[in-house]
Design a protein around this ligand. Structure first.
Ligand SMILES: [Zn+2]
Length: 291
């Protein structure tokens, strides 16, 4: 359903649009783990173990600029399924309608990819970079140096063909004391949008902390999959570093319990709908895009 773009006002300084670029069909062991180490592959597992989860991407509009976090699915990928190789492609099935690509979501707001100042990739797994070609005209693309390094060294998990249309530049987390490992990157240099290193699911993964008027929201990326993850202590099924993943989960939980935290949004949480979060000095408004 088309929505109209709302101008930033005195009242609301930052807007965060939560887009769903389709869904992913996976074994439930991917988001919530399983005792059986092979469960994540979905092999020999019944239909009752399959989940359909949203694949999110986010537009953040602030007076300093317009950034996109992740790019979700390219709707074309559903059709090319037979060609998929590699671990991630084998275990996650894309489901996306023609009009669910991130370019269509931007167009609904009257925006073109060239209007995006920067695309930050939380990590380089397929369901986060697949839509990159749809926004190849954005001004700049970045991911953490750790993630880019890992993607080069691990061709079974990462497929660099996915981002062959663009150059993804590395950024370095600084030692700031922020987050589970005390490392973060301040996008605008004013503390409003901070990429917080949350390693575990992948080495270079980040969550986004968006702050206005002393309150903040967290876009948790894949450091957790859903509210259940931090409430029940469920680690993701696929981890580059288990100990780091535990720390990151603990940090997300502490944010969720912080009275200054207005919400934690996990990328694949089935309870999170498409919505617009407007953050002002003294107010927060959450508008359900599908209402
Ligand atoms: Zn993901």
């Amino acid at each position: 359903m088309p929505i109209s773009r709302i101008q930033l006002s005195e009242k609301f300084m930052i807007k965060v649009y939560v887009f769903h670029t389709g869904r992913v069909r996976v074994d439930q062991a991917i988001p919530f783990g399983d005792k059986n180490p092979l469960a994540v592959t979905g092999l020999f597992r019944g239909q009752d173990k399959k989940l359909r989860l949203p694949v999110s991407a986010y537009l953040i509009e602030s007076p300093e600029g317009r950034i996109l976090v992740d790019t979700g699915w390219d709707p074309e990928s559903g059709k090319k399924r037979g060609r998929f190789l590699g671990i991630m492609k084998a275990i996650s099935t894309p489901i996306a309608r023609e009009d669910e690509g991130v370019d269509s979501k931007l167009a609904q707001l009257g925006l073109r990819p060239a209007d995006i100042d920067e695309v930050f990739l939380s990590h380089l797994d397929l369901d986060h970079v697949d839509g990159i070609r749809l926004v190849r005209d954005a001004k700049r693309f970045r991911a953490s140096a750790e993630e880019i390094k890992d993607a080069k060294e691990n061709p079974f998990r990462y497929d660099k063909k996915e981002w062959s249309d663009v150059t993804i530049e590395p950024f370095e987390f600084q030692n700031t004391g922020i987050g589970p490992v005390g490392r973060s990157y301040d996008v605008f240099g004013n503390g409003s949008v901070v990429l917080v290193s949350t390693p575990g699911h992948s080495s270079g993964l980040f969550a986004v902390k968006i702050t206005e008027g002393g309150k903040y929201v967290i876009l948790a990326g894949d450091s957790v999959y859903a509210r259940r993850s931090w409430e029940e202590g469920l680690l993701p099924g696929l981890m580059a570093d288990r100990e780091a993943a535990e720390k990151s989960l603990e940090w997300i939980r502490s944010c969720a319990q912080d009275p200054n935290c207005l919400g934690v949004f996990a990328n694949h949480d089935p309870e999170i709908k498409e919505q617009v979060i407007e953050m002002g000095k003294n107010e927060l408004s959450v508008e359900d895009r599908l209402a």
